[in-house]
Design a protein around this ligand. Structure first.
Ligand code: PEP
Ligand code: MG
Length: 323
């Protein structure tokens, strides 16, 4: 483990046949960006900003947010930093912002659904992001999108934020790539449409798996159904990634499964361009990528594609796993 850490910390992420992937990290505090680069991450693939809103009685101001985003960007030393807008609701309770009690929070006002109904909060965040992004390598990511209209609304609000800042004469980022999280079944099914209007797709397998299997992983009565190796989940992943490849839009996986050495070669075969994982997983994922060529990964994906149950997939992937 230690030797793997050292060998795979400082290098690019190449498959056995020399294809390059982006290996980024997930963070939730701005101060973590420097540490993940130090740990061998090639950028920040997902900064979960809801943590900035937690453990406080009022939401952070535009200035405070801009400062936090600047810190994350500076820490990454010019490498790409993908900052996700507030993903409130569902499992993420943010007490300083008023949310209504919902009977089905996972099917309720989450992520951009909430933000688009609370425009001042959203606009404040977008302004802070654009201000922090001036001259920096910033990308913005919208969570819990389920329709193309939502993506368009988010983008027009981003445009509005930019116009406001320009009118006020404040320095701001000129053009920020805006990507979309694919974590709802509807977003997955229209990934072709989304990929034509988004700068990149980021697959959130944590939520997506639960929504595809229609089950709550925290509920022991049905938690066993929550399975990223289920053929239904794999078919959806393959569909999303192929949509991205077809339109030439980068697609990465940022859920926990991105660090699973059994799934990495499958995602490579489907055509991902990158992974975003926790810092501790970087050397291991980089090593896994290096152990597979496209031809080998394709052959594995073909075999998996012929299997009918999660148990069969698990058995095959367990035995094919390279470490
Ligand atoms: C996901 O849903 O897979 C994801 C990366 O987002 P989060 O875990 O923050 O919901
Ligand atoms: Mg999610």
């Amino acid at each position: 483990e230690r030797r793997c850490m050292e060998r795979f910390r400082d290098r690019s992420t190449l498959s056995a046949d020399g294809r390059e992937y982006r290996l980024y990290c997930n963070i939730s505090m701005p101060s973590a960006s420097a540490a993940v680069i130090e740990a061998g991450g090639e950028g920040v693939g997902l900064f979960r900003t809801e943590y900035l809103f937690m453990n406080r009685s009022v939401p952070p101001t535009e200035e405070e947010q801009a400062e936090a985003y600047r810190q994350a960007l500076k820490g990454a030393g010019g490498r790409q930093v993908v900052i996700r807008t507030l993903d409130i609701g569902g499992d993420k309770n943010v007490p300083c912002l008023s949310t209504q009690k919902e009977e089905n929070p996972f099917l309720g006002l989450r992520g951009v659904r909430w933000c688009l109904q609370n425009e001042e909060v959203f606009l404040t965040q977008l302004r802070a992001l654009l201000r922090a992004g001036a001259g920096e390598n910033l990308s913005i990511l919208f969570p819990m999108v389920s329709t193309l209209s939502e993506l368009r609304s988010c983008r027009s609000l981003l445009q509005k934020a930019r116009e406001q800042l320009i009118n006020e004469g404040r320095p701001c980022s000129e053009s920020v790539p805006a990507g979309v999280m694919i974590e709802t079944p509807s977003a997955a099914l229209i990934a072709d449409h989304l990929s034509r209007e988004a700068a990149f797709l980021s697959i959130g397998t944590n939520d997506l798996t639960g929504y595809i299997m229609a089950c709550d992983r925290g509920n022991p009565a049905v938690g066993g159904l929550y399975d990223p190796l289920h053929p239904a989940v794999l078919r959806v992943l393959r569909h999303i990634i192929r949509c991205g490849s077809t339109s030439g839009t980068p697609v990465s996986v940022c859920g926990e499964t991105a660090a699973d050495p059994r799934l990495v070669p499958l995602y490579m075969s489907y055509g991902v361009t990158g992974f975003s994982v926790s810092a501790v997983a970087v050397p291991r994922v980089r090593k896994t990528v290096s152990l597979w060529s496209k031809v080998e990964a394709d052959s594995l994906a073909d075999s998996v594609g012929r299997l009918n149950t999660a148990a069969e997939v698990r058995e095959l992937l367990d035995s094919a796993q390279r470490t």
